[in-house]
Design a protein around this ligand. Structure first.
Ligand code: BES
Ligand code: ZN
Ligand code: ZN
Length: 481
């Protein structure tokens, strides 16, 4: 259970509190005794970032910031502090915990709270445990004190709710989440948040001649799905919609070019892009971002079943381009290309594609950056970079130079679905670019989604990285009109 959030204006003597302070400036309203102040000061001057006090009725956690600029590194430090304190805070079983900051930067309370909420997530629904005390989750309620307001708390709640469900979906194995059930989950989120969802079944996908999605699906027993999510609030500020496309491979075995060794581990999370697109529409609808946004989610598993597509196949895509299959493990580009060409129907202002697309992006950046490729106006990529710094889901740009497209030449079809061994993340981006004449921003999140160990509050297993990025980007974009 996720902690509930609310605002509080008066801290009571019995409240346990996290005080966020600048250096060692303890606020008077913390009402510490001289002995307690001395202890805290001693801890902090010894280089510790925290000090913890407790008497018989409450805990006081002091978190010290190196300055109160609120620049993105200081903000990230604070989220990480919450991660570092998570075990202690959890073990103290607070029903209520106050988060307070008077003399640090505006937004500090929200940043700490965000870090804490993201740090106490767990995927435990399949653990059968009958003990009552283990079912309780703490802290049950976080009370935000100081310079906060209802809008900020609402934003924080909706964004963290979305990160939680994105992580749930990524962590859900394919025997519990296939292409059809993913579409149904998307539909439920639409109903919950107020955006519309239309689901195309296999017959409809066939009639639209989405040859990429159908080819990848051929080795599977489960049918594919194609979900269209739409948020079109009255008075939206953009004339042409923003289209978000998310990779929805519910499991990637590699197909007949089957993944060997440990490369298949984590491939239940190959639909992270789809989950993030759903999360972004969820946040937009729940917080009322005044933009017309469309989400497209092509989905299937990629398996080497009986009639599986093979290396050497030549397929015809939704936009009639023919593709020679050089490798069945490069399935993401195929299903995304169909969605990207389908996006033309909306005459989008621009398209953002988000996908766990290449091992190459993961090898290049690890978990510390999202690989971005863009042919859209520079102002969009700048805005995306700013959003990335702000939420610490940073993006690093790779080029989409013409020359990189040459690796995709085929002797027998218009294009191949793989380039050579070199520059794999970029050639995959070039492949997608060929399927639209509208501006495209492509985000490759292969290194960010399923982690083997905690990267602070980006916990191991599904992280949901990209959701906070897109949410803040869309909010900033709306403010720019
Ligand atoms: N889903 C994988 C990419 C991936 C790798 C995601 C590691 C997350 C972590 C993708 O479908 C894939 O298999 N790509 C191949 C492409 C190759 C065959 C050209 C790759 O990157 O190895
Ligand atoms: Zn894949
Ligand atoms: Zn693959």
């Amino acid at each position: 259970m996720k902690p509930l959030l609310s605002k509080i204006s008066n801290i009571l003597p019995e409240h346990s509190v996290v005080f966020i302070i600048e250096k060692d400036k303890i606020p008077d309203f913390a009402r510490l005794t001289d002995a307690e102040k001395n202890y805290v000061q001693k801890q902090l001057s010894a280089g510790e970032k925290f000090a913890v006090l407790n008497d018989y009725k409450r805990f006081i956690y002091i978190v010290s910031l190196k300055d109160k600029t609120g620049n993105f590194n200081v903000r990230e430090d604070l989220r990480r502090s919450a991660y570092k304190l998570r075990k202690l805070i959890k073990s103290n079983n607070h029903d209520e915990l106050v988060i307070s900051s008077e003399n640090s930067y505006i937004g500090a309370v929200e940043d700490f709270t965000e870090g804490l909420i993201l740090s106490v997530y767990s995927f435990d629904k399949y653990i059968t445990d009958n003990k009552e005390e283990n079912k309780k989750h703490h802290p049950a309620k976080l009370l935000l004190h100081g310079k906060t307001d209802d809008n900020k708390i609402k934003w924080l709640k909706e964004v963290t709710d979305a990160v939680w469900f994105v992580r749930d979906w990524v962590n859900e194995p394919v025997n519990h989440l296939n292409a059809v059930t993913l579409a149904m989950e998307i539909k439920k989120k639409g109903e919950e948040a107020g955006f519309s969802v239309e689901i195309f079944n296999k017959m409809k996908i066939e009639s639209l001649k989405m040859g990429g999605l159908l080819a990848v699906n051929r080795g599977s027993i489960d049918p594919p799905s194609f979900s269209i999510l739409e948020w079109k609030p009255e008075g939206h500020l953009n004339i042409n919609p923003i289209v978000l496309v998310g990779k929805g491979i519910v499991y990637d075995t590699g197909g007949l070019n089957i993944k060997t060794g440990d490369y298949m581990s984590g491939m239940k999370g190959d639909m992270a892009g789809a989950a993030i697109v759903t999360g972004a529409l969820y946040v937009a609808a729940r917080t009322g971002i005044p933009l017309h946004i469309v989400g497209l989610v092509p989905s299937t598993d990629n398996r080497p079943g009986e009639n599986a597509y093979t290396q050497g196949d030549i397929i015809t895509m939704h936009n009639n381009t023919t593709v020679e299959i050089g490798n069945t493990d490069a399935e993401g580009g195929l299903i995304l290309a169909d969605a990207i060409s389908y996006a033309s129907k909306y005459k989008p202002e621009f398209i953002i594609n988000i996908a766990t697309l290449t091992g190459s992006a993961a090898m290049t950046f690890g978990a510390h950056a999202i690989a971005a490729m863009s042919n859209a106006k520079k102002k969009y990529i700048d805005m995306l970079k700013d959003a990335g710094d702000e939420v610490y889901e940073r993006i690093a740009e790779l080029p989409l130079w013409e020359e990189y497209g040459e690796a995709l030449k085929s002797d027998v079809a218009d294009i191949r679905n793989v380039g050579g061994r070199e520059a794999g993340a970029i050639t995959a981006g070039k492949f997608l670019e060929k399927f639209t004449s509208y501006p495209l921003i492509h985000l490759d999140i292969a290194g960010n989604e399923i982690l083997k160990k905690d990267e602070y509050y980006k916990l191991k297993n599904g992280t949901g990285t990209g959701l906070r990025l897109l949410s803040v980007f869309l909010k900033k974009l709306a403010e720019s009109y």
